[in-house]
Design a protein around this ligand. Structure first.
Ligand code: PRP
Ligand code: ADE
Length: 179
């Protein structure tokens, strides 16, 4: 991968200390989205990594995963499946609960969004503890989908998410890391 592009992507991400709670260094992907060049480079790197790999669905998690997952699904020519916080999806859903770096939550997916044998790529803006994507992977597998790849703009490896997802059999692709 082009190291200049990766440096530009990392530089475009602002850090907000003590948000949303004291002690959290919040890595804010909205500043990347505001920078057309950085956003386009990030999408280009995801596309380069995942095109022609046989994926049949892209799954993105609410809310920031939608910002990368939906455009990537369009470029790959496959459907996009949103994983949402409780009570947001109108049809029949399945749910998984999980812990966050600063709280806990539940995620839901439409039961008919993934078909048995779907080859699924999971994407989110950021990997911290891995709880969000572990719950997402459980939802996909409960519906018979195959998932072995997860992509992120940002990884925070000190929080253990990479190891947690490796334990679930996932190969991780990330564009940058922060402590
Ligand atoms: C953030 C981020 C990831 C998740 C990462 O989302 O966008 O989805 O936390 O944390 P984890 O690896 O410890 O699970 P958040 O739940 O804050 O929701 P939002 O995107 O709706 O703000
Ligand atoms: N989600 C979980 N931890 C985060 C962090 N440190 N910055 C931004 N989003 C997050």
């Amino acid at each position: 991968m082009n190291t200049q592009s990766l440096a530009l992507i990392k530089q475009s991400i602002k850090t907000i200390p003590d948000y949303p709670k004291a002690g959290i260094m919040f890595r804010d992907v909205t500043s990347l989205l505001e920078d057309h060049q950085a956003y386009k480079m990030a999408m280009g790197l995801f596309l380069e990594r995942y095109r022609d790999q046989g994926f049949t669905k892209v799954v993105g998690t609410e809310a920031r995963g939608f910002l990368f997952g939906a455009p990537l699904a369009l470029e790959l020519g496959v459907g996009f499946v949103p994983v949402r916080k409780p009570g947001k999806l109108p049809r029949e859903t399945i749910a998984e609960s999980y812990e966050l770096e600063y709280g806990h939550d539940t995620l839901e997916m439409h039961v008919d969004a993934i078909k048995p044998g779907d080859k699924v790529l999971v994407i989110d803006d950021l990997l911290a503890t891995g709880g969000t994507i572990e719950a997402t992977v459980k939802l996909i597998r409960r519906l018979g989908g195959e998932v072995a790849h997860a992509a992120f703009v940002i990884s925070l490896p000190d929080l253990g998410g990479e190891q947690r997802l490796a334990n679930q059999g996932l190969e991780i692709f990330k564009l940058c890391e922060f402590e």
